[in-house]
Design a protein around this ligand. Structure first.
Ligand code: ADP
Ligand code: MG
Length: 699
């Protein structure tokens, strides 16, 4: 049965109104959408607790009891109704803050009820607040055992779409379709991997027959979900590799060698060498390179990028490097121009604030080929920017760019240039596999020698004076400090006041001692921002107060302290990025996380992760576990909305690895999925990924 084509509107118990809410809130329209609306948890209703066994430490439980002494107490906001539930073993208090009329009318002291809820202890008495009540005879005919609980929203509740009703709708779907759900995996595959059939899996997800069948059902659905993602992405990768020709960088020549032997400022780390080799092999393979370079903050990606650009130049191609912010692009430009100054290479910077005249000169140079390296921001993407022969495109901090933007760079030559995207926000392996599975990956897993690990401390806002004294001591040694405020959206007035108040406080303390303070934030004009940054880079200002605009890439090795105000408001990867601004020189560096006393559990875990490790990959893993992949930086822009319905990348890494291996095996034998046996795979992929397909070519 084609479940995707059946509208739930016509299902008994749904109707126009509920259907509209389901569509608006959960994008549920068809039977299929509904069946894949999976419960977020299950409650064990297989056991009935004697009241005497209840404690305040239990999850949701149920008891079988009669109810007496229903009464209302308190007034105004404290108005509530209470009752006593009792069985042969003891008594328990029930409490309600609303629904009084219903209770008064419905509760019958002679009836036995199944009472369901989470016990808590108040005044040393055990009670259940807002229990669910079902009269016992009625429930005894209903399903007991595991009960599915569905996520709902306020709007849904208002439309009487609570978890129970959703469950009822699911039941109606199964009644209507009478076992007819078309299988989405071939029979041989199901048998080979010992999977549950789709119909049974979907049924058990909503109405588990036993803990074991629930486990098997979940496994089948996760397995399938991840399998198709991998099959799709790997198929596209194979296709891209056989379809797109690439420029052939045949030689490593004059530019590279001269620089490498005469001007390299320090020895490359082994990881840098390895990565350059990998990139060189790709670029010389006549296939187009599409590679992701991951390296923790400070691992030296810029130098790798530059050396690769030299190889492009050696083969008479142009190269460009795109960065997400003007500050960063400018810094790259200056670093690279300085490094290359003896080699007679033409380098230009193109950003939003490049003047018209200069812009025209750059455009000309690009078209006639006299300009060899172009560094810049989004400005590179404009249609007027055309190249004589672009061979290599490097994108720094790629998570800051949308896929569509990156796609534009591809189109700047008839044969697409080799593409290297770099990121300092390490992506957990599972996420990289599903998001960027079609990219080859290189990793710089080694920091340049002599770096001292950054010491990270957590302290409270009340101790600001001590923090100031600590900063002062570092400044006395000739060092510099960053103080960062959360300004998630640069327009938030309240945050802005915090930033300015902080700036003033710092000025009051440090200015009399002869230390100047700078401030940057998103409201400054690019030129002003740059001026402030430059004052800090040249050490005219010793402390830089800023928002997260300094988050990516900026390199001031003399800065050894990073103070992060209201650290509880930042995400983990953001904290790690910010911390990466220090620890870039030989000095011991510090990162001080300031928070208020009251912080949430998740915030506490983030702070603990930060103080316990400097390893970006470990942090990315922790982040994935805490937040789930949907929120991870980069996933929204990636074009591949990572909306997994059943699987969880934080928890299902083992399944992912397995299905990835299986998908690879299938594709090695049948890259276009043309075999009779694989027909269903091809159909499913087409169905599942029809709207996204083009994005996979690009990344
Ligand atoms: P990121 O990977 O975060 O972009 P950068 O490329 O900005 O890091 O490099 C961080 C710092 O490390 C720079 O000051 C750079 O000059 C320096 N660096 C890069 N490679 C090496 C190396 N092999 N040895 C010593 N220092 C290096
Ligand atoms: Mg960088």
């Amino acid at each position: 049965m084609e479940l995707a084509g059946l509208n739930i509107k016509f299902l008994p118990g749904v109707g126009e109104k509920k259907a509209a809410v389901l569509l608006e809130e959960l994008e549920i329209q068809s039977y299929e959408d509904m069946l894949y609306h999976v419960p977020y948890k299950y409650i064990d209703r297989s056991k009935i607790y004697p009241i005497a066994e209840l404690t305040g430490h239990l999850p949701y439980i149920q008891i079988k009891a009669k109810i007496r002494e229903l009464k209302s107490i308190g007034e105004g906001k404290a108005l509530r109704m209470t009752a006593i539930a009792y069985d042969e073993t003891g008594t328990l208090e029930l409490v309600w803050f609303k629904g009084f009329k219903y209770l008064t009318n419905q509760i019958d002291p002679n009836k036995e009820y199944l009472i369901f809820g989470q016990p808590s202890v108040f005044n040393r008495k055990i009670s259940i607040v807002h229990p669910e009540l079902d009269s016992f005879e009625k429930t005894s005919q209903l399903r007991v055992g595991f009960q599915a609980i569905y996520p709902t929203t306020e709007k849904m509740k208002k439309a009487f779409l609570n978890s129970k009703v959703i469950s009822k709708i699911q039941e109606n779907i199964f009644k209507t379709i009478k076992g007819k759900i078309s299988e989405t995996l071939p029979a041989w595959f199901i048998q080979q991997h010992k999977l549950m059939f789709l119909h049974d899996a979907l049924y058990n997800i909503h109405f588990p027959e036993s803990p074991d069948s629930l486990r098997k059902a979940l496994y089948r659905l996760k397995f399938e979900e991840l399998f198709y993602i991998q099959l799709n992405i790997l198929k596209l990768k194979y296709k891209r590799k056989s379809y797109f020709k690439g420029h052939n960088f045949k030689i490593v020549g004059e530019y590279f060698n001269t620089f490498y032997h005469n001007y390299l400022p320090f020895q490359l780390t082994n990881a840098q060498k390895r990565v350059i080799k990998e990139i060189r092999q790709d670029c010389g393979s006549t296939k187009q390179m599409n590679r992701l370079l991951q390296g923790d903050v400070g691992s030296g990606k810029t130098l790798v990028a530059m050396l690769c650009m030299l190889i492009a130049l050696d083969n008479c191609y142009q190269a460009c490097l795109m960065a997400p912010t003007e500050i960063l692009a400018t810094q790259h430009y200056e670093t690279i121009r300085e490094l290359l100054k003896e080699l007679g290479i033409t380098v230009a910077l193109l950003t939003g604030s490049t003047h018209k005249k200069e812009r025209e000169t750059i455009h000309q140079g690009l078209v006639n080929g006299s300009l060899q390296i172009l560094i810049g921001t989004h400005a590179l993407l404009e249609d007027v920017v055309t190249f004589h022969n672009i061979g290599l495109v490097i994108i720094d901090e790629q998570h800051r760019f949308g896929v569509a933007q990156r796609a534009k760079l591809w189109q700047k030559n008839t044969i697409p240039p080799h593409v290297l995207v770099m990121t300092a926000t390490p992506i957990p392996r599972t996420l990289a596999m599903t998001l960027y599975g079609d990219l080859d990956v290189s990793v710089i897993d080694e920091l340049p020698p002599g770096r001292k690990p950054i010491t990270t401390l957590h302290t409270f806002e009340k101790k600001r004076q001590e923090v100031f004294r600590f900063i002062e001591k570092e400044l006395e040694k000739g060092r510099q400090a960053y103080v960062v405020y959360p300004l998630i959206s640069e327009s938030e007035k309240l945050d802005f006041r915090d930033l300015e108040a902080g700036y003033e406080q710092l000025n009051n303390y440090f200015l009399p001692k002869g230390y100047k303070i700078g401030m940057v934030h998103g409201k400054l004009k690019p030129a002003e921002k740059e001026q402030e940054m430059n004052r800090f880079i040249s050490a005219e200002t010793k402390i830089l107060v800023s928002t997260t605009v300094i988050e990516v890439g900026v390199n001031v090795p003399n800065a050894s302290i990073m103070v992060i105000e209201s650290a509880e408001r930042f995400g983990l990867s953001q904290l790690h990025q910010l911390r990466g601004r220090v620890g870039r020189g030989a000095d011991q560096s510090y990162c001080i996380l300031m928070t208020s006393y009251k912080i949430s559990n998740d915030s506490r875990k983030r702070i603990e992760t930060m103080t316990s490790t400097n390893d970006g990959f470990e942090i990315a893993e922790a982040d994935l576990k805490l937040r789930g992949p949907g929120d991870l930086e980069g996933t929204q822009q990636s074009g591949l909305t990572c909306s997994l319905k059943v699987a969880n990348l934080g928890k299902d890494a083992l399944i992912l690895n397995e299905v990835s291996r299986i998908a690879s095996e299938i594709l090695t034998q049948d890259p276009n999925l043309e075999n009779e046996n694989n027909q269903l795979f091809a159909i499913q992929i087409k169905r599942l990924f029809k709207t996204r397909i083009t994005w996979h070519y690009i990344s």
